[in-house]
Design a protein around this ligand. Structure first.
Ligand code: DQA
Length: 156
């Protein structure tokens, strides 16, 4: 199984950026931990500060991979282009936010992407990414089981 984690603007500064909100760990360090937790899943990490690059990666991975975990940062609250890219691809996209966006400024309460994601996690810190991977892993397993049942019944 192949999953991409895509982080949007300013998330390259994790560890240095407002640590009281986003913690003290860099994403690169955390990504190493994730790879150890999920040795059987092929994890890919991509970060960009540019909206166009993020849209292009969603388009690319969205047709190639089983799932995408997306923290689109501030573009969550501004970008119709991100929303349209997610809606255009077959991969399941899980929205993740490190902080509890609903406990923060009002402009963070609206997400352009939630409605086209399979679901979302917010406010659980970096742990949210691990939980999102677990969700996609389980979803993939139950989908395989459903496919097998259909094969056995000759429905496919
Ligand atoms: C964020 C929340 C966004 O509102 C903010 O713009 C970010 C990070 C989070 O992970 O909590 O850059 O997506």
């Amino acid at each position: 199984m192949k999953i991409a984690i895509i982080n949007g603007p300013n998330l390259n500064l994790l560890g240095k950026r407002e640590p009281e909100i986003y913690g003290r760990q860099t994403f690169e360090e955390y990504f190493e931990e994730l790879k150890k937790i999920f040795p059987d899943i092929q994890l890919i990490y991509f970060q960009s500060n540019s909206e166009g690059e993020l849209v292009s990666k969603i388009q690319e991975y969205g047709f190639e991979l089983d799932g995408i975990i997306l923290n689109s940062g501030a573009y969550t609250h501004t970008s119709v282009a991100m929303r349209d890219a997610i809606a255009a691809v077959p991969a399941a996209v899980v929205e993740v936010h490190i902080s509890n966006v609903h406990a923060r400024e009002a402009f963070r309460h609206h997400s352009y992407i939630s409605a086209v994601c399979v679901g979302g996690i917010f406010g659980l810190g970096l742990k949210g990414y691990e939980l999102a991977i677990r969700f996609l892993e389980e979803r993939d397993e139950t989908r395989d089981e459903r496919d097998e049942t259909r094969d056995e019944r000759g429905e496919r």
